[in-house]
Design a protein around this ligand. Sequence first.
Ligand SMILES: *Cc1c(COP(=O)(O)O)cnc(C)c1O
Length: 395
Amino acid sequence: MPILSPHKLHLFTPGPTPVPDSVLRELSAPIIHHRTAQWQEAFGEVLDGLRKVFGTSGDIAMFSSSGSGAMESAVANLVRPGDEVVVAMHGRFGMRWAQMAERYGAVVRVHQTERGLRPDPHEIGSFVERHPAARVVFCTHSETSTGAVSDAEAIASSIKAQAGDDHLLVLDAISSLGATDMQADKWGWDCVVAGSQKALMVPPGLSFAAISARALEKSRETSDRRWYFDWAKAIDAHRKLPPSTPVTPALTIVLALRVALNLMFDEGLEAVYQRHVRLGRATRAAVHALGFELFSPDDDSSVALTAVCVPDGLDGTKIPAALKDLGVTIAGGQDDLKGKIFRLGHCGWVNELDVILMIGALERSLHELGVRFELGAALAAVQRSFLDPKIEVSA
Ligand SMILES: *Cc1c(COP(=O)(O)O)cnc(C)c1O
């Protein structure tokens, strides 16, 4: 397929995601020092802003790492060798919790939900109840490998109702934070982790853990097995007035995050979440119009990406490759799903016209690949979906 001229790049992956122009400008500003009032003020603002997005009045620890660093911090601070833990997984990122916990010497009990489906909160609650020795439960919110977003509110309440309130509940919200509502305190999650490069609209390089008082207390009981990722060390510095960090922070990305958070607050968090629902809905309408099957749930909870099954007889790896020739990057499937699904990201700095571009490029690529469908049908479905005014946001 010919490369379009002039060549433009469009990123529709579920992370990293496109970065707004004003954030890019901030990223090019000269470096400042982190022991200055200018930095301290910005850092304090970022911590306050993150608290709003996480739905917590508690502590947030920030690390210079990809999202997995904050995940590892949770394991390093809460898991001791020989401890029993539960991992409720519905895809490959849930598997990462299990692998990490094993490396830290935990006995891991895995509750598995079929990939592409949302986990059943009641089943997770009873699974935890059946493993009374487990003290920590690890879950995934938006499972980026499949597009299925778990009901984090219902899962926490089901665990508490069935197995009691003394478990520490840990949630990977790396690709959902900023795309859909998060109420860490109200829902009762003791640790929620996120990264900078998904819905928060900044480059990769920062990770965050929102930590409850009892999780922090538990981590303070043991500090012999970590240094960089020690929660108490980070939080004791962040709590100072003015706030500080125990090590040199990734200054530039934090300053960029301040700009990105302000964009979110200017739009309004509720409006940001509704926009993600609309983008997901229009993308699913396009998939139906093409006659393709969804791999992700056909449901408004799928806010970060839409995963699509590749029809029989088509080599699925050709679809992202064909789009790449048009300058459009989407994601394929991972591991054994490679070639079987492709993933359309609509998370972060994405608007309705971007989805029209993405679906237009998809139609063009499928047409070039010889797939039979009515050219324009998916685009028409997207337009109709956006013109439909009713949006009810399901939790
Ligand atoms: C992206 C992602 C991760 C890993 O993040 P890295 O930044 O690549 O370390 C973990 N979990 C989920 C759900 C993700 O989407």
